[in-house]
Ligand binder design. Structure first.
Ligand code: ZN
Ligand code: ZN
Length: 387
C-alpha cells in the first residue's frame, strides 16, 4: 500500500536559495544525484516488500512505516562537525537532508547537532563557540521553516544532542539553560561519561535522573547504550531492572520520551517495560551519514577507500582539507547516497514497528508518528518548563 501523493514539489535549489548563510566549504551535491539514487539496492527476503526497492518511483516509504515514523527527530547535519572543531560528525547539509527526507515522505526533521565532543564532554558557557553556533543554527532553521511552511511537506526543527556528564560530583548536561531555552528540541544522551567510576549503577542512575528532571530536556537519547546488562548474577540483574523501573517512572511523571535509537538499539525488554508504564517513544534514525550502517560493527569490512575518506573527513573537520580533499569528499557523499541510503535503518525500523505492535503499543505513543503529535508533545513540555 503506497501513498497517493506521489508529486514531490520540493526542489533542492528552492531551499538553497532560502538559506541565510552560504553552505560551508564542502559542496552541496546535485539534486538529481540524491533523487535518482534513492533506491534500496541488493536487498531481498521476506522482510523487504518487493515494492520497497524503489522509493523514488513509489513516491515515498510505505504507508505502514509512515504511520509510525513521519519525521526523524535525531539527525546530525554538517553543523555537528563545525569546521575547525576537529571531529567529523555529520557530512550532509540541511538542504540535502531535507530533500532526502522529503523524498522518503516525511513531514519533519529535527536537526539535533552534537554539543561538546561526545567522547570528552565539557561544560559550555552561553558565550562559548559551541553555544553560539547552536543559537546561530537555531536562527537559520527557524528562518528556513518560516519560508517552507505551507509550501513544502518536510519542515525543519532545531535541536541539540546534549551530553550527560559530571561536573565534579554533580551530574548535569553540557549546555546551559539559556541556550536550551532557545531550541525547539533537546535530546540528552550518555556517551562517554569521564571517569571510570561513573559506569557504576548508582552513578548511571543519578546522571540519567538529573537529565530527566531537567525541564528543557525532551527525550533521553539511546537510554541504555553501553550499559545493557548481561549479568548472570540474579541480584545484580534485579538491581539493574529496579533502577530502570524507577527511572521509567520518573520519565512518565516528567513526560520525557524514551528513544528507540536505530543505531544504538535498546534492549527489547526495556522497551516493553517503558511501554507498559505508559512512557512515550521516539523512533529515531540518528543519522550522521546516510550509509553509516554499511560497515557498522565490522572493522574488517572497512576498505582502503573508506580509510582515505575518513582521513579526508578529519582534514575537513579540522579546517585543513585541500581543494582535492573537498572534491573527493563531495564524490564520496554522492556515492554513499547511490549505495542505498537508509537500508539498514529502514529494516530495523520495520522490525521495531512489528515489535511495538506485538507488545500492544499504539502509534500515538510514538511521538514522531506525526508532526501534530510532535508539536503537541513539545507544547506539553514547554508548559512543564514554565510551570
Ligand atoms: Zn548519541
Ligand atoms: Zn546522535
Amino acid at each position: 500500500m503506497w501513498r497517493n501523493d506521489t508529486s514531490i514539489p520540493f526542489s533542492l535549489s528552492d531551499i538553497i536559495d532560502l538559506m541565510t548563510k552560504p553552505s560551508e566549504s564542502l559542496p552541496i551535491i546535485d539534486e538529481q544525484k540524491i533523487g535518482a539514487h534513492l533506491k534500496f539496492h541488493g536487498l531481498s527476503g521476506p522482510e523487504i516488500d518487493a515494492e520497497l526497492v524503489d522509493i523514488e518511483k513509489s513516491g515515498g516509504l510505505p504507508a505502514e512505516i509512515l504511520r509510525w515514523w513521519r519525521g526523524d527527530a535525531h539527525t546530525h547535519s554538517a553543523e555537528s562537525t563545525r569546521e575547525g572543531f576537529n571531529y567529523p560528525e555529520g557530512l550532509y547539509h540541511y538542504e540535502e537532508i531535507l530533500y532526502y527526507y522529503e523524498m522518503l515522505g516525511l513531514d519533519f526533521v529535527c536537526f539535533t547537532e552534537h554539543a561538546s565532543l561526545p567522547q570528552s564532554p565539557c561544560v559550555q558557557e552561553p558565550t562559548s563557540a559551541i553555544s553560539q553556533s547552536l543559537l546561530e543554527h537555531t536562527k537559520r532553521i527557524h528562518n528556513l521553516r518560516k519560508e517552507l511552511s505551507g509550501k513544502y511537506r518536510c519542515l525543519p526543527f532545531a535541536g541539540v544532542e546534549a551530553n550527560i556528564m559530571y561536573e565534579g560530583e554533580k551530574p548535569r548536561i553540557d549546555i546551559p539553560d539559556e541556550v536550551l531555552a532557545e531550541l525547539d528540541f533537546v535530546i540528552a544522551s550518555r556517551h562517554r561519561v569521564p571517569e571510570e567510576k561513573r559506569t557504576e549503577l548508582g552513578d548511571i542512575r543519578e546522571s540519567l535522573s538529573s537529565a530527566i528532571v531537567n525541564p528543557y530536556v525532551n527525550v533521553i537519547g539511546h537510554p541504555d547504550r553501553d550499559i545493557q546488562t548481561k549479568t548472570e548474577d540474579p541480584r545484580a540483574a534485579e538491581a539493574y531492572w529496579q533502577m530502570w523501573k524507577e527511572l521509567l517512572g520518573e520519565m512518565r511523571l516528567k513526560n520525557k520520551a524514551f528513544e528507540i535509537n536505530l543505531k544504538a538499539q535498546p534492549d527489547p525488554k526495556l522497551v516493553q517495560m517503558a511501554a507498559d508504564m505508559g512512557v512515550k517513544f521516539f523512533l529515531n534514525f540518528d543519522a550522521h551519514e546516510f550509509n553509516q550502517f554499511l560497515n557498522y560493527g565490522d572493522p574488517s569490512s572497512i576498505t582502503t577507500e573508506q580509510r582515505k575518506a575518513d582521513a579526508q573527513k578529519y582534514a575537513w573537520a579540522s579546517g585543513s582539507a585541500s581543494e582535492d580533499d573537498l572534491s573527493d569528499l563531495a564524490i564520496y557523499k554522492e556515492e554513499k547516497l547511490a549505495q542505498g541510503p537508509g537500508v539498514i535503518p529502514i529494516l530495523r525500523l520495520t522490525r521495531w514497528i512489528k515489535y511495538l505492535e506485538t507488545i500492544g503499543v499504539d502509534p500515538r505513543q510514538v511521538v514522531n508518528s506525526s508532526r501534530e503529535n510532535f508539536l503537541a508533545f513539545l507544547h506539553g513540555n514547554s508548559e512543564t518548563q514554565t510551570a
